[in-house]
Design a binder for this molecule. Structure first.
Ligand SMILES: [Zn+2]
Ligand SMILES: [Zn+2]
Length: 135
């Protein structure tokens, strides 16, 4: 997977989020709708995509770094070299069972905002597209 990723920002505060897989960060981004934790679903093997059967690690951005947590996703079923759409479809299933490493809420982890989703950080603004990034 690679390509240009959409960036979202809050209309009221400085919360921002990039949706999709970043080959620089060896993983894809996610956030918690309950507490606004910044998460990375990280591969230990490949910067390009999870490999079939690979278990992605959940990392959390705190104090300037992506730090390990005790959480993992179920094994990625494949295929090899999945498209972003195939990978996101996998996430939409498995994220519903994932607990947030920060606030322990289950099923509140999102890998992509919905249209006009309320901001998880300030709960005043909405998440709107703010251009794109090349990951
Ligand atoms: Zn906000
Ligand atoms: Zn949380």
């Amino acid at each position: 997977m690679n390509g240009i990723l959409p960036r979202y920002g809050c209309s009221a505060c400085d919360f921002s989020f990039v949706a999709g897989w970043s080959h620089q960060d060896f993983g894809s981004f996610a956030y918690c709708r309950a507490c606004a934790a910044d998460l990375l679903l990280r591969s230990l093997r490949s910067g390009w995509a999870p490999e079939p059967g690979e278990v992605l690690q959940v990392r959390q951005f705190t104090e300037g770094k992506w730090r390990k947590t005790q959480f993992k996703l179920p094994p990625f079923p494949g295929p090899s070299n999945p498209s972003e759409e195939t990978y996101q479809a996998f996430l939409s299933v498995v994220l519903s069972d994932l607990a947030c490493p920060s606030c322990s809420s289950v099923g509140r982890i999102a890998s992509s905002p919905e249209n006009d989703e309320p901001c998880p950080a300030c709960r005043v603004g909405k998440l709107v597209t703010r251009g794109t990034v090349i990951p």
